[in-house]
Design a protein around this ligand. Structure first.
Ligand code: ADP
Ligand code: MG
Length: 369
């Protein structure tokens, strides 16, 4: 079992044909706690695969250290790091059948009765976990497997090896949506059962929310000549949603799907004392009138939509030049064009222009409750 720490990692890459502009990661620090699944979530090109490669030892950082249980692993080869690594593309031994691929770890060990027993036991448990439908695959060669089947075998092989650390790089992104869902569920069960420290890379929010104990949100900032990847915040889904550290995280993690995760309003459009701040409001935190404290925020009702199940109404309010999207309970009545006073059950205050979270001062409380 391992706690992994990336400490002050810096990576710089020059222009390479086919890889676009220069890319860098500066002073990245991240802890992956023992036994937890940390999902690195970020857009394509932000450096997710690069970080996995650095943890695995396939790539050396230009600065900083990688620590396994507090020990610098700079001199330790990838093979010695006790890692199960699963890529987007399936790397199976083409000349071994499925069963041998799954138990290849034992194949390369000395053969004793004890090892054979262990191998059979491991194999049985792994196939159970991977799904009922493993038996029919066992004698096949990788060339005769579908993408989904190959990835199932690759996953099985990772588990049988008993790695101290699992590194999974968008392993299901080549599968169709239905299969992807099934595999995510299986993987979730597996990770829970084995409590192996895991780093899972994806650009898919749903996947991140399902699998993660902790999500590390990454960002990519690009200028004409270069792009820079960074980890903005790490926390449970709840922590990231309830306490985003900046406007990027607040907006990026969207648990709704049908509406924006948060609406941003320039403070000055609400009250003069809020000038210099950006106020962020989640769609479920808006109410019309009501008895929440605070002075109420003047708004004009804009477009109104019912959600398909009629569980709430999606209402766009205008506050000065800004739009605030809200999910209101079905009973709430309002009509387009009508002026209303809004109350916020909760809201987030960010500094402008940095976008970093700001303390709630007395003046802010007075204005917003
Ligand atoms: P992600 O996995 O988040 O999509 P990567 O870690 O693969 O991102 O890549 C990060 C950046 O580094 C990208 O801008 C990519 O173009 C660049 N890059 C990736 N691999 C190489 C390489 N071998 N040489 C130079 N640049 C690379
Ligand atoms: Mg990648």
């Amino acid at each position: 079992m391992a706690t992994i720490r990336l400490s002050d990692i810096t990576i710089t890459r020059g222009d390479l044909p086919g890889h676009g502009r220069r890319f860098a990661i500066h002073n990245l620090t991240l802890t992956i706690p023992h036994g937890k699944t940390v999902v690195i979530l970020g857009p394509s090109g932000c450096g997710k695969s690069t970080l996995l490669r650095v943890i695995a030892g396939l790539e050396a950082p230009d600065g900083g250290r990688v620590l396994f249980n507090g020990r610098d692993v700079a001199g330790i080869s990838p093979g010695e790091r006790k890692i199960g690594y699963l890529f987007q593309s399936y790397a199976l031994y083409p000349h071994f059948d499925v069963k041998r691929n799954i138990t290849s770890y034992f194949f390369f060990r000395r053969k004793t009765p004890e090892m054979t027993r262990l191998r059979e036991e491991k194999f049985k448990r792994t196939s159970e976990l991977l799904d009922v439908a493993m038996a029919y695959l066992l004698d096949r060669m990788p060339a005769n497997l579908s993408g989904g089947e190959k990835q199932r075998v690759a996953l099985g092989r990772c588990i049988t090896r008993e790695p101290e650390l699992f590194l999974l790089d968008e392993p299901f992104s080549n599968l169709d949506a239905k299969l992807r869902n099934t595999y995510r569920q299986h993987l979730k069960t597996l990770l829970r059962e084995f409590s192996i420290t895991t780093v899972y890379v994806t650009h898919d929010q749903q996947e991140a929310v399902l699998l993660a104990d902790l999500i590390a949100v990454m960002r990519l900032e690009s200028s004409e000549s270069r792009s820079v990847g960074s980890v903005e915040q790490i926390g449970t889904v709840r922590e990231l949603y309830d306490h985003p550290g900046n406007t990027f995280v607040a907006d990026f993690l969207n648990l709704h799907g049908d509406v924006p995760a948060i609406s941003f309003i320039e403070g000055g459009a609400i009250a003069p004392e809020l000038d210099g701040y950006t106020i962020g409001v989640r769609p479920e935190d808006v109410a019309i009138g009501g008895d929440a404290p605070g002075a109420g925020v003047r708004a004009i009702v804009g477009e109104i939509k019912e959600d398909p199940l009629r569980q709430y109404r999606i209402v766009a309010f205008k506050i000065g030049p800004h739009t605030l999207t809200a999910k209101l309970l079905p009973g709430t009545t309002c009509a387009p064009g009508e002026p209303v006073e809004l109350r916020f059950r909760n809201y987030h205050v960010f500094d402008r222009p940095s976008g970093e979270i700001a303390a709630r001062t007395e003046a802010i409380r007075k204005a917003l409750g």
